[in-house]
Design a protein around this ligand. Structure first.
Ligand SMILES: [Zn+2]
Length: 127
């Protein structure tokens, strides 16, 4: 009986469209699924997610500016690449006493020349 089956049909948890196909389906498509999960994030989770995103952007900016292990660049160049200097994963002090600020496997320290930073790629001895 088709009518009885219709009454048992579920609607998409996000857009409330009638669902067709498998009985255990909860969403009409992957877009509705991710939209539903995004809206249900708490503000703390959103905060963490945004910082993680910024850390990845920082890492990518440092990597772009330092393709071969070590480089000295202007801070503005990193800012243009989306760098936010507030967010770091850890720090490391060299034998010479320079403090490096890391985003995962790329770090930087202020250069002698003002407005510039020295970027390094993480080496085994830095752990
Ligand atoms: Zn939907």
């Amino acid at each position: 009986m088709r009518l009885i089956k219709l009454n048992n049909m579920n609607t998409c948890l996000y857009c409330k469209e009638l669902l067709t196909g498998r009985v255990d389906k909860k969403f009409c498509n992957p877009l509705c699924k991710s939209a539903y999960h995004n809206q249900s994030l708490t503000s703390a989770e959103t905060y963490i997610r945004n910082i993680n995103k910024q850390l990845r952007t920082n890492r990518s900016a440092l990597k772009t500016a330092c393709p071969q292990g070590k480089a000295t660049v202007r801070k503005e160049f990193l800012l243009k690449l989306g760098m936010d200097f507030k967010h770091l994963t850890h720090s490391w002090k060299s034998k010479g006493g320079n403090l490096y600020y890391f985003c995962y496997d790329y770090g930087y320290t202020p250069a002698i020349e003002s407005g510039k930073v020295v970027i390094v790629q993480k080496q085994d001895y830095m752990s």
